[in-house]
Design a protein around this ligand. Sequence first.
Ligand code: ATP
Ligand code: MG
Length: 336
Amino acid sequence: FQLNMEDLERGEELGRGNYGTVTKVLHTPTGVTMALKEIRLELDNAKLNAIIMELDILHRAASSSHIVDFYGAFFVETCVYYCMEYMDRGSLDTVVNFSFGETVPALHPGPDGEEEVIWQGVPEDVLARIAGSTVKGLKFLKDELGVIHRDVKPTNVLINNRGQIKLCDFGVSGQLEKSIAKTNIGCQTYMAPERISGEHQNTVGTYTVSSDVWSLGLSIIEIAIGRYPYPPEAYSNILAQLKTIIQDDAPTLPSDRYSPEACDWVASCLVKVPDGRATYAELLEHDFIQRDEAKANAENGDAVDMAGWLSKALQFREAKIAHVQALAAAALAPSA
Ligand code: ATP
Ligand code: MG
């Protein structure tokens, strides 16, 4: 079916990125809840049409359980809109952005009367599931659609209440990529060193696939430690940060919390020379992922409780938000 604005009933805003807004919508003819992404572009109709046609290859693609479903795209005036599967727990950055061991007062003290909630981070089996799902999504895009993601980062890795992990925002449309102003690269970059230094700017080929592998490694560390992996002093100055990425050793997974296999897997993504990085096939064959596969295929059902972990994470997040709000209210209250 053809999607159009008249059939979409707007709900809450899900988030805002550098280029547009994502809104929860209800497609009234089918009753399907979707996520609507709006990208504002100053383009003529011919170019907008080209983008819509390019996005349409997503329709013809056999679906993968590791990329979000695509429902359709259209444009109104100078905005491109596309509808994708709504992931009810949002992106991973919001789920895990806390420091390990952080405690906040419990919102609903449990049966044992716990007064505090502790952020236990992302256990290794959950991290392996996230990493494996992401690699499978990226491999599917490349093998089945001939598409390189180009924007792998935690905000583009989505999760739902069943604990399924899916990728969104991949570069299917060359025209769209060209039209989105790349002037604002944000204050945290996931770009591989070779993309920053621009040596391979014109050799679109193997380099771009392995650039996604770099971004993947960086994203997995961010998900594990709850913050962007490069030191905060680099945030304030984007040029200093880019220099650090090119010159310094790549970040690593904390070896006191994760096994040598997990650390090795991430290190094989974050090799500074693009040719030295692991391929998707190698990443999937690695013990870190293979151990997770064994659990997924376990006789008594999946041994990794993704949904259980997710609900604990959301409990922490909820308690943390309430705590921060209470602190803010106390700070604003007139002192006695
Ligand atoms: P950038 O603009 O650099 O790509 P971004 O990925 O954060 O950054 P958007 O892609 O516009 O920006 O997405 C904004 C937010 O909307 C995301 O961070 C995510 O939390 C939420 N979001 C995006 N797609 C979906 C979806 N399909 N279901 C649920 N939430 C989504
Ligand atoms: Mg995004």
